[in-house]
Design a protein around this ligand. Sequence first.
Ligand code: DX5
Ligand code: ZN
Length: 230
Amino acid sequence: MGFDRAIKIAPSILSADFANFGAEIQAVEAQGADWIHVDVMDGHFVPNLTFGPPLCKAIRRHIKTVMDVHLMISPVDPYIEAFADAGADILTAHLEAGPHIHRTLQAIRGAGCKAGLALNPGTGLSDVEHLLDMVDLICVMTVNPGFGGQKFIHSQIEKVRRLRAMIGDRPIHIEIDGGIDPTTAPLMAAAGADVLVAGSAVFKGGSVDQPAPYGDNIRAIRAAAQAAQA
Ligand code: DX5
Ligand code: ZN
């Protein structure tokens, strides 16, 4: 996984057919997805439950690109090894998930994964400053985590702009998660984001039997973002 700031579209399988993950992943990758975003929720840190390491391990063999695992769980540390063994390329933990995010990020890199740091919409950037040398990706949540299909929170645009300046030349991706579609994607690309997670806006209108809309959706988001990228 080399580093570049080209726009990457990361469909969230939270909006895929849960009975058909393998085929859904193959379909979105064939239609142009750059990464596959996997939303892990524990019903405690966020008010929704999804899946854990065994499911990640089972879908891993269908992913040819990058397995981007977003951990919306607390505590995180007891599960890092299991998600790394399941084949995650990137493991992203929330700043708000516990008092020892520094240790968590160390453990993620120690387990051989790229380390991601996610920030809820209400979280500021001051604590991020001391973690910049420990992360490969910062995920700015543009909805409150827990569900797909929520409305984009515009106040996060200015946060991304400041984060981009803070990052400078460091090889750190800025990922945006929540409410991304061809209207909101350019706002974030202009502010400095390069990885755009999209669930409902990618999977809408298509299916594994009719995957062409996935490609149309991905191209529409990518084109809007590329035109606006700073
Ligand atoms: C929300 C998840 C997101 C979500 C995005 O907690 O982290 O990845 O699935 O879904 P959309 O694109 O529908 O907002
Ligand atoms: Zn996510």
